[in-house]
Design a protein around this ligand. Structure first.
Ligand SMILES: Nc1ncnc2c1ncn2[C@@H]1O[C@H](COP(=O)(O)OP(=O)(O)O)[C@@H](O)[C@H]1O
Ligand SMILES: [Mg+2]
Length: 407
């Protein structure tokens, strides 16, 4: 059954159910049950006119009309990822969290978390250590009981899945393997208990580059080899959805590049890929969409491109009359920081404005350079209030409006 956008709700629900039945386990990305083009749809079209569960919009964030707008101070920043699949396929191949919450004693480690992980892209689950990423992932696969809220994988609670290894492949704890068992035997045990043949075991061993050591004891494996074995386990059921917790830990640069390409390839086939990390730079190279958390709370759900585009820039200014320039520039919304080498770092004013004001005041400039804030900095700015563990750094000398008034 085909569906065009704007069908009445009843027809839509029927076509979604039929789609579920018709979607084959392999070659999913080749099946097109919808006439909807694969390009991104406006949020308004995607999320209105039916129960949220059929629209991938059940999280309150994604229903916000001002998705594309930059975040207001303190607000959760959300946007719609670019979709690569027709809507009918998207409906069923995703992870959804609604108000997911976990408390240990009095401490809330996952706090009212709602977001949707879409197929066809890599979604990075990013947050500092202790942000609640692993706890969230454990709740998604039923290893922890939520204090409140729900999560579903491909439209069902994980515990209700008929064949969970085919629905979602999971890497949570790469070390959780019997050290006396060979890599192949470990995978064979998993395969046999899930109705998967030995052929698939050899296939995934080859895919992760462990064929040569397949009969070696896992106890002798390096952390990187264990990560590869964990990824092989996740891929064993040829799942529609992949969820990997910090998979690049322990991998060498070649391994990191390999996993990046693997994840992008799997997403390119139309699968849903959720991968956690505390490293912004790594995620920026791997993910299309970023779900950023801090102290268990959702801080942002944005595309990498948006995050790059919105990163506030500053202007580096060098002048032999830096003190006078500093007082001239600082004002409402403008912050001037004196760096240890005497240069000024100005935010809130563009290079042109700074140059014009300096010229009008006959102040000499030796350098005027616009500096894009790095993604790492954007991530730190977003999460600085929610860090569980702080290191100390030296502080720079900053002039604000108050300083100027005092001067
Ligand atoms: N079983 C547990 N009992 C008590 N606290 C826990 C438990 N598991 C995790 N935590 C706490 O929950 C917080 C989030 O942990 P975690 O989900 O592992 O964060 P992340 O994976 O983002 O680093 C941390 O403060 C951690 O100490
Ligand atoms: Mg973790």
């Amino acid at each position: 059954m085909r569906r065009t956008p704007g069908l009445p709700q009843a027809q839509y629900a029927v076509s979604a159910r039929v789609a579920r039945v018709l979607l084959p386990r392999r070659g999913r990305s080749e099946v097109t049950l919808s006439s909807t083009p694969k390009t991104a749809e406006p949020q308004a079209n995607r999320c209105r006119g039916g129960p949220p569960a059929y629209h991938g919009c059940s999280s309150p964030q994604s229903l916000r009309p001002d998705d594309a707008a930059p975040p207001a101070a303190g607000a959760v920043w959300t946007s719609t990822p670019e979709f690569r699949l027709p809507l009918t396929q998207r409906l069923w191949i995703m992870i959804e969290l609604e108000h997911l919450t976990k408390q240990y004693d009095a401490k809330t480690v996952v706090d009212d978390l709602s977001f949707t992980v879409q197929p066809g892209i890599v979604t990075g689950f990013l947050g500092p250590n202790g942000a609640g990423k692993s706890t969230t992932m454990r709740m998604i696969v039923g290893l922890e009981q939520p204090t409140a809220g729900t999560s579903s994988v491909n439209g069902h609670r994980y515990v209700d899945q008929q064949a969970p290894m085919h629905e979602i492949g999971v890497l949570l704890e790469a070390g959780a393997v019997h050290p006396g068992r060979s890599a192949r035997n470990h995978l064979l045990a998993m395969a046999y208990t899930n109705g998967i043949g030995a052929g698939r075991v050899d296939e995934v061993l080859d895919l992760v580059g462990l064929t040569e050591v397949a009969r070696d004891r896992v106890g002798a494996f390096s952390l990187g080899m264990r990560q590869r074995l964990g990824i092989a386990s996740a891929l064993l059921g040829d799942p529609q959805t992949l969820m990997l917790d910090e998979p690049v830990n322990g991998l060498d640069p070649e391994g990191i590049r390999w996993i990046r390409e693997l994840l992008r390839g799997l997403a390119g086939e139309g699968r849903t890929v959720l991968v956690s990390s505390h490293l912004m730079t790594e995620m920026a190279m791997t993910a299309d969409q970023l779900v950023i958390v801090g102290r268990g709370r959702l801080l942002a759900d944005v595309s990498v491109d948006e995050l790059v585009a919105s990163s506030a820039s500053s202007v580096r200014v060098r002048s032999p009359q830096a003190s006078a320039l500093r007082l001239l520039l600082a004002g409402d919304g403008v912050t001037v920081t004196t760096e240890p080498d005497g240069t000024l770092d100005v935010t809130g004013l563009g290079a042109e404005d700074i140059g014009s004001r300096a010229a009008a005041a006959s102040l000499v400039l030796h350098e005027l350079t616009t500096q894009q804030v790095s993604l790492e900095q954007a991530f730190m700015d977003l999460t600085e209030d929610s860090l569980e563990f702080h290191g100390s750094t030296t502080t720079a000398n900053t002039t604000t409006t108050q300083d100027k008034k005092a001067a």
